[in-house]
Design a protein around this ligand. Structure first.
Ligand SMILES: [Zn+2]
Length: 390
C-alpha cells in the first residue's frame, strides 16, 4: 500500500524499539491483525484510553513500525481521521514446510501474504540433507521481496518442543533433532520451528478465520489427517499435539482399514492415499486423486461411492470437532480438501445429522487445497515469534 510513504520517510527499518511495554507490543499486534484501524477503534479493541494509546503508539510511529495511512471519515468524531496501519512490506519472512521428500517455501510480508513461492526436492532423510535444502531455498526466496528478511519459520509433521527441537518426525525417521539451533547457526537468522498443523492454525489465528472467530478448529486432510484448535484467541499447544491425535478418529463402522487396523477411522476414510487405494483396487489400475475426483464427477460408480463416503465421514468429523470443542468455525485445509467443492451438500447433510438443530450453525472456511498454505503457516509462526516480540 502506498500509505507507508506518507509518514515514514526517515524510518526505513521499522524495527520494534527494545524495551517497549507489553501493552505497546499488544497494540502493534492488534494493528497487524485487524488494521488499518482508526485510533478510536484501536483504543476500543485494546481497552485503552485514547491518551494512553497516543503515548504508547508514539515510539512505534517514530520507529516506522506503525504508519499513518489514508484519511477517512469517522462518524464518531465528525471529521476525517487517519487510520493506523503496520508497515507490512518492510519486513519479509520465509516459511518452509518440510515433507518427506521436499521443502516447500513461501516468502511473505508481515501479514503473511505470499510474495513468492518455490520448492526443492532432497534425497534421503538425513538432517544434513534437509538443512542444506532449507538453506538453499531460503537463499532462492529472499531476493524476491523489498523488505529485510527478519526470520525463518519451519513447519514439520511431528512433535516439536518449545525450543525448536523436533522430538519425533516419523516420516523422516527423526527423533530429538535440534533443528532450530542447527538452522540458526547455518542461516544467521532467528528461526522458529513448529508442528505443521499448529502452524496452520497460527496462520488462521492472526491472518484468517481467527480475525473474527476467537474459537475455531482446523482440520487438514492430505497424506494424513491433522486437527488443531484455537480457544479464546490462543492456539492450543500440548505435548501431544504432534502425535496426530485426530488421525484415527472412528467415523464409519463399514469403512476401509487403516494401517493401524482401525476400520473406518479418519485416516482410512479421508486421506488421499486411502481414497486412491480404494478406487485403484476396485478398478484394477492405479488412479491418482485428481482422477478419482474427475471420475466421481463423471458418475463413475466406484469413485462416486468412495468420494461420497469420504464426504459423509468429513461431515461427521466436522460435527465431532464442533460439538466437543464447542467451536462454531471449522477451517478445512490440506491437499485432500479438493473434494469439498463437489460434495459440499453431502458434507453439510452429515454435519447437520450429527449436530443439535438448535445449536449455532457451523461456519466452514475452506482454504485453497495447495501446499502454499502450509508454507504460509510456517511464515506465520516466524511472524508471531519474531515480529513485535520486544
Ligand atoms: Zn486408523
Amino acid at each position: 500500500m502506498a500509505m507507508a510513504t506518507l509518514s515514514t520517510p526517515t524510518a526505513p527499518d521499522a524495527v520494534v524499539p527494545r524495551g517497549l511495554p507489553e501493552s505497546a507490543l499488544e497494540l502493534a499486534r492488534t494493528v497487524l491483525i485487524h488494521g488499518p484501524l482508526s485510533r478510536s477503534e484501536l483504543a476500543g479493541r485494546v481497552g485503552l484510553s485514547t491518551a494512553s494509546l497516543t503515548r504508547l503508539s508514539k515510539p512505534l510511529l517514530d520507529a516506522g513500525v506503525l504508519v499513518e495511512g489514508e484519511l477517512v471519515a469517522d462518524g464518531s468524531v465528525g471529521r476525517p481521521v487517519r487510520l493506523l496501519d503496520v508497515h507490512a512490506s518492510v519486513q519479509n519472512f520465509v516459511g518452509i514446510k518440510v515433507t518427506g521428500s521436499a521443502v516447500l517455501g513461501a516468502l511473505t510480508d508481515l501479514r503473511a501474504r505470499d510474495l513468492a513461492t518455490d520448492e526443492l526436492a532432497f534425497s534421503g532423510d538425513s538432517v544434513e540433507a534437509v538443512v542444506d535444502a532449507i538453506a538453499e531455498l531460503v537463499e532462492r526466496l529472499r531476493g524476491n521481496g523489498s523488505g529485510v528478511l527478519t526470520a525463518v519459520g519451519i513447519s514439520i509433521g511431528g512433535n516439536v518442543d518449545a525450543h525448536g527441537v523436533v522430538l519425533r518426525a516419523p516420516f523422516l525417521g527423526w527423533r530429538h533433532v535440534p533443528l532450530r539451533r542447527l538452522l540458526e547457526e547455518r542461516l544467521g537468522l532467528p528461526v522458529a520451528v513448529e508442528n505443521d498443523v499448529i502452524a496452520l492454525a497460527a496462520a488462521e489465528q492472526w491472518f484468517g478465520a481467527g480475525r473474527t472467530a476467537a474459537n475455531f478448529a482446523v482440520l487438514t486432510i492430505g497424506a494424513g489427517v491433522g486437527y488443531g484448535i484455537a480457544i479464546n484467541n490462543r492456539v492450543v499447544r500440548t505435548r501431544d499435539a504432534g502425535l496426530g491425535l485426530g488421525g484415527h478418529y472412528p467415523l464409519d463402522p463399514n469403512g476401509p482399514l487403516c494401517k493401524e487396523g482401525h476400520r473406518g477411522c479418519s485416516t482410512g476414510m479421508l486421506t488421499i492415499p486411502s481414497i486412491c487405494a480404494q478406487v485403484s483396487a476396485a478398478l484394477g489400475r492405479p488412479v491418482d486423486y485428481e482422477e478419482v475426483l474427475a471420475l466421481a464427477a463423471d458418475g463413475n460408480p466406484v469413485a462416486a461411492a468412495v468420494v461420497d463416503s469420504a464426504a459423509r465421514a468429513l461431515g461427521r468429523m466436522i460435527a465431532a470437532a464442533a460439538n466437543l470443542a464447542m467451536v462454531n468455525t471449522v477451517v478445512l485445509a490440506g491437499e485432500g480438501i479438493g473434494m469439498f467443492a463437489q460434495v459440499e451438500s453431502i458434507v453439510q447433510a452429515a454435519l447437520a445429522a450429527d449436530r443439535d438443530p438448535e445449536a449455532d450453525p457451523v461456519e466452514l472456511v475452506v482454504t485453497p487445497a495447495a501446499f502454499d498454505e502450509w508454507a504460509r503457516g510456517a511464515a506465520a509462526i516466524a511472524i508471531q515469534q519474531q515480529a513485535f516480540a520486544g
